[in-house]
Design a binder for this molecule. Structure first.
Ligand SMILES: [Zn+2]
Length: 169
């Protein structure tokens, strides 16, 4: 299923929707196409280019600076699939402060980790081990949620996401 990137009237990325839904927004004059694919959606007697990037005509208020949802895939994207303790391939998530010792399940306390490091660390605090974090975990500022929802970014989406990241930085 093809997907489309939806930008707010302010050009801030809002969401990723099925392209069919994006086409409906364009046809109902709620959005304009910024980038179309070579393919077309055909209905009875109309044919519309499949939108890849659209921009809403009216501004949608987003209540809070949108945080990426915390899940396994999103953490792996943020940490580039690398174990944050040894730099090896990550297969699991680790709570820096173990959950059994009150560690919270939040961006600042969750890192990608290899199984061996995860097991080695166990229920200990980091300072009780000789392990070190490659960097302090934070909630991603970039639009990681977009990458997470599509898996791999279409090349022509990148400029739209880069502009937004620069503005919110
Ligand atoms: Zn490791």
């Amino acid at each position: 299923m093809a997907r489309s990137l939806v930008l707010n009237a302010s050009y801030e990325p809002l969401s990723v929707v099925p392209s069919r839904r994006a086409a409906v927004l364009v046809l109902s004059e709620k959005a304009d196409i910024l980038h179309a694919t070579d393919e077309a959606l055909r209905a009875e007697h109309i044919s519309v280019p499949v939108p890849s990037v659209i921009r809403l005509r009216s501004f949608v208020r987003v209540p809070f600076h949108r945080r990426s949802p915390l899940n396994r895939r999103a953490v792996f994207v943020r940490d580039h699939h690398r174990c944050q303790y040894c730099g090896g391939h990550a297969e699991s998530l680790d709570h820096v402060i173990p959950r059994s010792r009150g560690g919270e399940h939040r961006w600042e306390n969750v890192v990608a980790a290899g199984r061996r490091c995860n097991t080695h660390k166990g229920d200990r605090y980091l300072h009780e081990t000789s392990m070190r974090l490659a960097r302090q975990p934070r909630a991603p500022r970039e639009h990681t949620w977009v990458i997470v929802s599509v898996g791999r970014l279409p090349e022509h989406w990148e400029p739209y996401l880069r502009v937004a990241t620069a503005q919110s930085a």
